[in-house]
Ligand binder design. Structure first.
Ligand code: DP6
Length: 324
């Protein structure tokens, strides 16, 4: 006996960052965050609960997976089995359309697609907020890949009220994310370990205390489509997160020389009247946000900077969804 479902979800880029948990097991964050789904970067995942399987299996881009990657997927499947009253193991087959080696975080899209596919395969018809909560337990940022477009994750007080909601649909604002790939290396310290170090930085409390003001500014900039206001708060928030990373024990320094060259260039371009701002996650690659009408020019300029290996361009994307 088997039941199967396939779902797809987009990666997302945080405009206001998630960095640090109140509860690491449930991934309850110390503050809220806001992101934009990246419509051109997808994960597609098929989940099949099958009575003949002797254990859960995971295949990622054609490669069978074990170890911590499989264990993280298994924990999420356990939650779904409990919710759906299912006893069978599952096979999970997942593919990304973006290069794995490009250093683009895939956990958000992966756990969003997994949550939607697994719950459908289990015969559950969960509302969006429950899918977002479920995805959060697999990877915090994945809760933001469930709703459409521009998304805010409310930190909540516990598992029940910590989930993400759409604050504007994808077509609300013609933005583009030009992702400058600087290094394709696997990062030494992943986000999960990084979140656990955040509280060791003397700067983290100040970053968290002022997060509500930054969230408010970012939300308003999106709602009113004011690029200059968005640029200011997005760069501030990214710099604050990296200041915390650099001052943690042990310190985390994700920037490479081209990362800094791009930061300078983007600020220079903005001075020349090009709407562009940078934001950087837990790695050396730089996301340069711009308006779609400037995306080709920003991409052209990024490609000329020494050390930029590739540029991926994505526009605001829709929600995680079941595929027929
Ligand atoms: C820097 O969601 O990848 O990208 O919950 O451990 O999977 P886990 O962490 P993850 O952390 C994302 C960190 C970030 C900022 C962000 O996306 O908000």
């Amino acid at each position: 006996m088997s039941s199967t479902a396939t779902a797809s979800a987009h990666a997302n880029i945080a405009l206001i960052k998630y960095w640090g948990n109140r509860d690491a097991d449930l991934r309850l964050p110390v503050s809220g965050s806001i992101s934009m789904n990246l419509g051109d970067l997808n994960t597609r995942t098929r989940v099949t609960f099958d009575s003949t399987l002797g254990g859960d299996t995971l295949t990622l881009n054609g490669q069978p997976q074990g170890g911590p990657g499989l264990e993280r997927v298994r924990l999420l499947l356990e939650r779904v089995r409990t919710l759906g009253g299912i006893e069978h193991f599952a096979s999970v087959v997942s593919e990304n359309n973006f290069p794995m080696g490009a250093g683009i975080a895939s956990s958000a899209a992966a756990f969003a697609a997994l949550s939607v596919a697994a719950s459908a395969a289990a015969g559950l018809d969960l509302p969006e907020r429950d899918l977002s909560r479920l995805a959060r337990t697999g990877s915090g940022s994945a809760c933001r890949s469930v709703p459409a477009g521009f998304v805010e994750w409310h930190p909540g007080t516990g598992h029940e009220d910590s989930y993400a909601v759409s604050i504007a649909p994808p077509d609300h604002w013609d933005l583009a994310d030009c992702i400058a790939v600087v290094s394709a290396e696997h990062k030494a310290t992943g986000s999960t370990q990084g979140h656990a170090l955040a509280s060791t930085s003397p700067l983290q409390q100040a970053r968290v205390d002022a997060a509500p003001q930054r969230l408010e500014k970012c939300r308003a900039a999106i709602q009113q489509r004011v690029f200059a206001a968005l640029a200011e708060v997005v760069e501030l928030d990214s710099n604050l997160m990296h200041a915390v990373m650099m001052t943690s024990t042990p310190p985390l320094l994700y920037w490479h020389p081209p990362t800094i060259a791009i930061m300078h260039a983007v600020q220079r371009w903005r001075g020349q009247g090009i709407p562009a701002c940078y934001t950087i996650d837990a790695g050396p690659n730089v996301h340069v946000l711009t308006e779609q009408s400037y995306a080709a020019e920003v991409e052209r300029r990024l490609r000329k900077i020494q050390g930029v290996k590739d540029v991926l361009v994505a526009v605001p994307g829709g929600p995680a969804r079941i595929l027929p």
